[in-house]
Design a protein around this ligand. Structure first.
Ligand code: COA
Length: 324
């Protein structure tokens, strides 16, 4: 039997219309545009309107990716949505998205690996396709981090944004996805977290309200180290020297973290796809949205070699090396 590989057939993104600039934030908390730009590279971010939810952006991203791949609801036989901000605990976001798109009967689930969720979903879908369990997978990373942000806390509220990115994956005779690499270490759980879940009973049960907690500079150090390691791991696994890479599509958390990873690879910043200035940190949506931006503006071309990487709460981190 001929080996089966996975290829990206189409990409898409969905963003809220509402944009919150650094100047807007200056009016909300004690911060400056200069501080936010110099520490994070962020200039603006999209924020969901009161009547919008994560599912709206996931749907838009999915429809755009399906159109780009020229597939319809009947073709999709696996749906995975990476998210930490589902519309509801259950039905899971995969099922809610199925209903919106008119997809019936195939496996559909949500996956929670914080900002690395999309890479985790890509890894799983790749295995479904290479083993013949799926022929057309819809993979989405979507977040509304604005709903778990404390808008009075300047150390976190300037960093996050909302949106969703999607890809459609299909079998191919040639890779495609060359390799995926996933890691996690729960010992870092206290550095970046959202404390409440369903099962932990809060002291004031009827006033349950929580926000993202982050020890920024400690997260920064571990992110730089782990991302430096994972990009080398992905290249070494494929015996590929960094100069053969056409593009790095990194998790868009912070420009300084991205620059550190590029330096590790000795890659000029012209070969790094950057959306952090426009989107902020959109967690698991950031990599598929950045991929879609560069595919649609023509920078990423078929046949090119691309390294995706992400890092997030958990900590989780991962990479995927792809021939687009
Ligand atoms: N505006 C102005 N000042 C701010 C501020 C803001 N929005 N947020 C924090 N500060 C202040 C702090 O209060 C601190 O003041 P102090 O020295 O008087 O106490 C000072 O700026 C420096 O804070 P520090 O946290 O050391 O800054 P930093 O250089 O580490 O940058 C981050 C802060 C959050 C931008 C940076 O640590 C970071 O990006 N970390 C990684 C975050 C991340 O990527 N998380 C998601 C991972 S997926």
């Amino acid at each position: 039997m001929k080996p089966v590989y996975t290829r990206i057939a189409g990409t898409g993104r969905g963003l809220p219309d509402k944009i919150l600039t650094n100047q807007d934030l200056e009016k909300m908390v004690d911060t400056t545009d200069e501080w936010i730009r110099s520490r994070s590279g962020i200039e603006r971010r999209h924020i969901a309107a009161d009547n919008e939810t994560n599912l709206d952006f996931c749907e838009l991203a999915a429809r755009n990716a399906m159109q780009a791949a020229d597939v319809g609801p009947k073709d999709i036989d696996l749906v995975i949505v990476g998210t930490t901000t589902p519309d509801q605990v259950f039905p899971n976001m995969g099922c809610l998205l199925q209903r919106r798109l008119g997809i019936h009967g195939c496996a559909a689930f949500s996956l929670e690996a914080a900002c690395t969720g999309f890479i985790y979903a890509l890894d799983i879908a790749d295995k479904f396709i290479r083993t013949g369990s799926a022929k057309c997978a819809l993979i989405v990373g979507g977040e509304t981090l604005s709903r778990m942000t404390d808008w009075t806390d300047r150390s976190t509220c300037v960093l996050f944004g909302d949106g969703a990115g999607a890809v459609v994956l299909e079998p191919a005779a040639k890779p495609g996805i060359l390799s995926t690499h996933l890691h996690a270490d729960g010992k870092y759980a206290d550095l970046l977290f959202f404390p409440s879940g369903v099962s932990k009973k809060p002291k004031d049960f009827y006033a349950r309200r929580d926000f993202i907690h982050m020890k920024g500079s400690e997260v920064f150090k571990v992110a730089v180290t782990k991302l430096g390691e994972i990009v080398v791991e992905a290249l070494e696994a494929n015996d590929l020297p960094p100069e053969k890479l056409d593009w790095l599509v990194p998790h868009q958390a912070n420009l300084r973290i991205i620059e550190a990873t590029a330096r590790k690879l000795k890659m000029p910043m012209e070969k790094v796809i950057l959306t952090v200035q426009d989107h902020g940190n959109t967690s698991t949506a950031s990599v598929p949205m950045a991929l879609d931006v560069a595919v649609r503006d023509g920078r990423i071309q078929r046949g090119q070699t691309i390294l995706l990487e992400a890092f997030g709460g958990g900590f989780t981190w991962g990479a995927a090396l792809i021939r687009y």
